[in-house]
Design a protein around this ligand. Structure first.
Ligand SMILES: O=C(O)c1cccc(C(=O)CC[C@H]2O[C@@H](n3cnc4c(=O)[nH]cnc43)[C@H](O)[C@@H]2O)c1
Length: 237
């Protein structure tokens, strides 16, 4: 007989439209979902409960809100999710990006010799590892469903890239940079601080580069985000 253990997964999005897309994707399956095998984090016999919360925009508020949510109890996994910018020739608009690592891309210092990350300054870590088995399983599942998924570093920035120069600098700083968003590192830092594994997924609404807000394809990106979460419970089984 299955036990009544519960696996709690916390999903953080910046804004309401992203949270709604995630909830549409998860549908009614939330805590009615039994885990029968042990391929992901949950124990066999666990029931999975999803909680989707607003992180707000930017890494500071995202970290504060994630820490507050995590203080409510025991969680198995935290996911930072939302739309994002895709690096050209890595992730096109309308596709999905699964983080291979979560990178604070502007947490450091400018020097006459170039940018130094917090790691190089000796003040901490600019990169947070993801739960790689789950990231791969989720990406594989989405590819199987016909989605284009790029797995690579997702950069967290406090200032959205708005020029080709900044896009070039950021891509050069992080080998394989696939996407950027504004919350991932904050969410993951709060999770890491209490020993909870993290993931980040972005659906690409715009290219990283010269600002053209009117051209952001938000609806397409929200559709892709919804699809990503409609496949997520299966991945956790
Ligand atoms: O206006 C709307 O309907 C709408 C719906 C959903 C989301 C938004 C946002 O503006 C979300 C802001 C959020 O998006 C991330 N983002 C998107 N593109 C980039 C980018 O090129 N560089 C960095 N971040 C990006 C970011 O995480 C923001 O928090 C609007």
């Amino acid at each position: 007989m299955l036990s009544e253990n519960k696996t709690r997964v916390l999903i953080m999005t910046a804004v309401d439209a992203e949270r709604d897309a995630v909830l549409r994707g998860l549908g009614e399956r939330g805590d009615k979902f039994d885990v029968k095998s042990n391929t992901g984090l949950p124990e066999s016999g666990d029931r999975i409960e999803f909680e989707v919360e607003l992180a707000g925009v930017g890494p500071a508020l995202a970290a504060a809100r994630t820490a507050r949510a995590l203080a409510r109890g025991r969680y198995s996994l935290v996911v930072s999710a939302g739309i994002g910018g895709g690096f050209v020739e890595r992730a096109e608009v309308g596709t999905l990006v699964m983080a291979s690592e979560i990178v604070a891309a502007d947490l450091g210092a400018e020097t006459p010799d170039g940018y130094l990350s917090v790691d190089e300054l000796g003040f901490g870590a600019s990169r947070i590892a993801v739960e790689s088995g789950l990231a791969k399983a989720w990406a594989d599942k989405l590819v199987e469903q016909g989605w284009t998924v790029c797995s690579g570093p997702i950069l967290t920035v406090s200032t959205v890239t708005g020029s080709a120069e900044t896009a070039f600098d950021r891509a050069a700083r992080v080998v394989g940079a696939a996407a950027e968003g504004m919350e991932g590192y904050g969410v993951a830092a709060a999770a890491h601080d209490v020993g909870v594994p993290a993931l980040e997924i972005r659906s690409v609404s715009n290219p990283v580069g010269p600002r053209d807000r009117a051209a952001w394809r938000i609806k397409d990106a929200l559709t892709a985000l919804e699809a990503a979460f409609s496949n997520f419970p299966e991945v956790l089984r």
